[in-house]
Design a protein around this ligand. Structure first.
Ligand SMILES: [Zn+2]
Length: 246
């Protein structure tokens, strides 16, 4: 082969490696995974919305790979081999209409972080929440009341948002609410302390990472973020490496 062909080949290999971030080392399958989703609806795929057939293909693939689906609280209690916690932020009504039937089909547990008074989205109703709670598949966590940036709010407002979201969700589900997700992924040391003081036992962030043991940082657990337009290869890279860059 002449030099030019070699050069082109090398450039192509590097381009593919960069595109798929293959230079990142796959994390051991024994490390638990947390996946972050928001909306699941038959609409355009975006960073916030995953079409149902894409979501189902991902759940089916995880099941085929031998992963065990658990809630975030279960994952923290026992982060044993091949555990995956599917999480949904915000409390979109479409989580009930499109994600829940898929979760039931695969008997896959998941955690939904509700912001009970979030504006501008079609929210889960109390009937949706109670039906999902009764299935035993869904854990409901809190995501503040109004979905505000807790790191920028006043101390009083931030603490109220944290405490009241816990109370409101406990009223909706009749169960203790012990898991939290920081709205916009924004937090600082003070916010973490308030979340802990309010009685939450875990809190998830939007830091794109896979860690060996979330028990070591239960109030700042990173997650793998998904994008509705991910193809199978991109999902695999994100799931094995912790992140995929669009
Ligand atoms: Zn959110």
């Amino acid at each position: 082969m002449n030099t030019l062909v070699w050069l082109i080949t090398i450039v192509l290999i590097l381009a593919v490696a960069n595109r798929y971030q293959l230079w990142r080392i796959a994390k051991p399958t024994s490390w638990p995974r947390l996946l972050m989703y928001h909306s699941i609806a038959p609409e355009a795929p975006t960073g916030m919305n995953t079409p149902p057939e894409v979501f189902e293909a991902q759940v089916a693939w995880l099941k085929k790979q031998g992963y065990h689906f658990c809630t975030v609280t279960e994952l923290l209690a026992n982060p044993a081999t091949k555990k995956v916690a599917i999480t949904f932020d915000d409390g979109f009504a479409n989580n009930y209409h499109y994600a829940f039937p898929i979760l039931q089909k695969y008997q896959a547990k998941a955690t939904i972080y509700l912001a009970p008074q979030i504006a501008d989205i079609d929210k889960l109703t109390s009937e949706h929440i109670q039906t999902m709670q009764a299935s035993g598949l869904i854990e409901f966590g809190a995501h503040s009341v109004n979905h505000i940036n807790l790191a920028q709010a006043s101390a009083e407002q931030a603490q109220q948002e944290i405490q009241q979201s816990k109370q409101q969700i406990e009223q909706l589900t009749g169960q203790a609410c012990v898991s939290f997700a920081y709205p916009f992924g924004r937090f600082n040391e003070q916010v973490v302390a308030w979340v802990q003081q309010a009685g939450f036992r875990s809190a998830v962030t939007t830091q794109k990472k896979i860690i060996a043991n979330p028990q070591q940082q239960p109030l700042t657990i990173p997650r793998i973020s998904t994008h509705g337009a991910m193809d199978k290869g991109q999902f695999y890279v994100a799931f094995s490496r912790g992140r995929y860059k669009f």
